[in-house]
Every structure is written in structure tokens, then in C-alpha cells.
Design a protein around this ligand. Structure first.
Ligand code: 5GP
Length: 202
């Protein structure tokens, strides 16, 4: 039987730096695929449909839900976000690893459907550091910063359900740790049945 790819899910509160960590991980592991999410939020400057996200109207997103086209979906700060199911199935069946960068609600839903996935929660070094990062980013109002900090505390609670927790103090170290987790996953007996059968001449 051909080895299936590994599903890796990375979540973390806003300001933890998960976008940067995921981008660096994709550069380091060129065979790793990225799951492009569907969303109803408007594109930000420089974002292109089908690159960062598939941008949808609420109606067409609801149609995707109805048609069973999403592996999971969630309402994040008033917008829908969801993971298209077909590419995930396709990559895994082809033996390719796929990375999902999604929020905790979505990750908890995927955990139920795909318990063998690798679930990584990215933590800031401390809440004080998270606050400092959100403030120096300079993109959010005071109200938004306070809301993000509040939801970060709740999200850290959800981290207890994940399989791994990685602190993003230095980006390179966080990337190396997740890279090592993937390497270990590939070495699992359950992921090498084809190799064992071949060597045993089965
Ligand atoms: P942003 O709008 O800043 O790109 O993303 C906002 C939040 O939505 C982030 O926490 C991000 O991880 C999450 N997100 C992005 N795509 C998905 C998805 O497909 N499903 C879920 N549940 N969350 C997502």
C-alpha cells in the first residue's frame, strides 16, 4: 500500500507569528503543500484570489457548505473561513504532506475527522510579549487589540487538545521544531507499511 501524506495543522493566537512560521516551513520543506482556504473576508492589498485565499461571497460560501465541499469551516471575527476538502484528499492520497493554517475552532473539527493528523499549537513566549507584538504591528485599534488578547487566552486553553505545542520565540527555532516533528512522523511504523512489506518481499 502506498504511503499516504501527513496532514499538519498549525494554529495560534493572532500575533503569535504563525503566518511567518508557516511561510518559512513551506520554504524549508519544498514537498509540503499548503491548503488554500476559502473565505468571505475582503482581499487585503496584494492578496490574489487562489493564492492566499479563495475569496467568496457569503452566498457562494454557504453553497460550498451545503454541497459538502469543506472539510471544516468557522466564523472568525464575523467572516467565514473554511478548508476545501478535495485538495486535502487529493494530496494525502498522492502521498504528499499538506499544511493547514487554521483557527482553533476549525482545528478541533478536523481533529474529530482526522485524528491521525499532526496538530501543532504555536504559542507566544508570554502574554506580555504577545501584547507587545500586537501593539508594535500597529495595524489594530485599541479595541481590536484588547479583543485579540482576550480571545488569545481562550485559544491557549484549546491548545491542551493539540498534540504539540511550539513556542515562537525565534522563528527559525520554531520552524526547525515543526520540521523535526514532520520528520519523526514519517519514520512511524504506521506510515511505512509499504516499505516493510517490500523488504519482507510481500
Ligand atoms: P486572516 O484573515 O488574518 O488571514 O485570518 C484570520 C484567522 O482565520 C486566522 O486565525 C487564520 O488561521 C484563520 N483561518 C484561515 N483560514 C482558515 C480556514 O480555512 N478555516 C478556519 N477555521 N480558520 C481559518
Amino acid at each position: 500500500m502506498k504511503r499516504k501524506g501527513c496532514l499538519i495543522v498549525v494554529s495560534g493566537a493572532s500575533g503569535t507569528g504563525k503566518g511567518t512560521v508557516c511561510a518559512e516551513l513551506l520554504k524549508k520543506r519544498s514537498s509540503l503543500r499548503y491548503s488554500i482556504s476559502a473565505t468571505t473576508r475582503s482581499p487585503r492589498a496584494g492578496e490574489q484570489d487562489g493564492v492566499q485565499y479563495f475569496f467568496h461571497s457569503r452566498e457562494s460560501f454557504e453553497k460550498l457548505i451545503e454541497d459538502g465541499g469543506l472539510l471544516e469551516w468557522a466564523d472568525v471575527y464575523g467572516n467565514y473561513y473554511g478548508t476545501p476538502k478535495a485538495p486535502v484528499d487529493k494530496f494525502l492520497n498522492e502521498g504528499q504532506d499538506i499544511l493547514l493554517e487554521i483557527d482553533t475552532q476549525g482545528a478541533l473539527n478536523v481533529m474529530e475527522k482526522m485524528p491521525d493528523g499532526i496538530y501543532v499549537f504555536l504559542l507566544p513566549p508570554s502574554m506580555e510579549e504577545l501584547e507587545r507584538r500586537l501593539r508594535t504591528r500597529g495595524t489594530d485599534s485599541e479595541e481590536v487589540i484588547l479583543r485579540r488578547l482576550d480571545s488569545a487566552r481562550g485559544e491557549v486553553n484549546a491548545a491542551k487538545k493539540y498534540r504539540y505545542v511550539v513556542v515562537n520565540e525565534v522563528v527559525k527555532d520554531a520552524v526547525d521544531t515543526i520540521d523535526a516533528i514532520l520528520t519523526a512522523e514519517h519514520a512511524k511504523v504506521a506510515n511505512n507499511q509499504d516499505l516493510l512489506d517490500k523488504i519482507a518481499g510481500l
